[in-house]
Design a binder for this molecule. Structure first.
Ligand code: XMP
Length: 317
């Protein structure tokens, strides 16, 4: 019978056997899969697992610091890399969603490759690939998919020539969560909503600037914190705020304002392939809207997305 404990025990033994004294490099994203994969590998080979966590400047507010901190508390051998500026530079002036994704994927590979080179004699690349990724569900567009799409472009970066170790590649998402729970991983990491690899860059329509990122981070934090305090965060499959580069007229005291719009998105889904918009309570939406408009400079209007997938997608880009 499959149980999280039996899986953990046999997987750790198999990893020790396979890896011996070899070193493994693994990119952490803050998501469930890479975190669980890292903790399993850490139990198996300890300090020979070298984790890399990249700040691409497109994460949620304070997420880089908080996630890095909880990884350190778990005892992981982890290096955080502040690469914000490299990502912002690469995104300057780009408006097309696919060009933005490609630029982010390219910079991520460069930054990760540099970091991997600093690990002497590394033999393996660890990945949090789960079974649905293996069977190539189109719903999966994670970092590994981003990396795969770059296989054809130019020469392979060195880390992609490493042997690959994927301890979760037989598991479904709910099994990964159960394994993570049995490994005592922070419930905040295990219960997270999915978050796209390109991050807030695809929730800022059109060109991305550090100023827009800062505005969106504030609005998104107000939104997510309210979902948590109202007790609905865990009932929502995925939620996030979107920055619309549309200006509209408002009034603040005696002044006329002409500022941007924040759109709130929340969906129920099983796998991201189809999704229904969540019927969030009006009083909650009202509170979030007031808090955003009163506290986030540059925003004078908040709207709620009531489109389901299909035909709309979950993300706006
Ligand atoms: P859509 O917008 O296609 O999103 O309905 C379905 C799921 O995929 C996520 N998503 C991405 N994840 N890189 C990722 O890692 C991407 O480029 C990307 N685009 C969409 C989205 O957040 C949702 O969970």
């Amino acid at each position: 019978d499959w149980t999280p404990d039996s899986f953990i025990e046999t997987t750790i033994a198999a990893l020790r056997e396979k890896l011996g004294d070899d070193k493994v490099v693994l990119g952490l994203s803050g998501g469930v899969d890479s975190s669980v994969a890292a903790v399993l590998l850490h139990h198996a080979i300890g300090k020979n697992l070298h984790c890399i966590f990249v700040d691409n400047g497109l994460l949620r507010k304070d997420e880089y610091e908080q996630v890095l901190d909880s990884y350190k508390h778990m005892g992981l051998n982890i290096k955080g890399i502040d690469a914000k500026q490299r990502f912002y530079d690469a995104l300057t002036g780009l408006k097309d969603p696919e060009k933005k994704r490609k630029a982010i994927g390219r910079v991520f590979i460069e930054v990760f490759d540099d970091a991997a080179h600093e690990v002497q004699d590394v033999k393996w690349l660890g990945q949090g690939t789960i079974y649905p990724d293996v069977i190539e569900s189109v719903s999966v567009k994670g970092p590994s998919a981003t990396i795969k799409s770059h296989h054809n472009v130019g020469g392979l970066p060195d880390f992609m020539k490493l042997k690959v170790v994927e301890p979760l590649n037989t598991l479904f998402k709910d099994e990964v969560r159960r394994v993570g729970k049995a490994l005592n991983i922070d419930p905040n990491i295990l219960g997270r909503h999915p978050f796209p690899g390109p991050g807030l860059a695809i929730r800022i329509l059109g060109d991305v600037t550090p100023e827009k990122v800062a505005i969106l981070q504030e609005a998104d934090a107000i939104y997510i914190n309210n979902l948590r305090s109202y007790g609905v965060y865990d009932k929502v499959w995925q939620a996030g705020a979107i920055f619309l580069p549309v200006q509209s007229v408002g009034v603040m005291g005696d002044e006329r304002t002409y500022e941007n719009v924040i759109c709130l998105r929340a969906v129920e889904s099983l796998d991201g392939m189809t999704a229904d918009w969540c019927h969030l309570p009006y009083d909650l939406l009202a509170k979030i809207s007031n808090e955003i408009i009163n506290n986030v400079k540059g925003i004078n209007r908040v709207v709620y997305d009531i489109s389901s997938k299909p035909p709309a997608t979950i993300e706006w880009e």
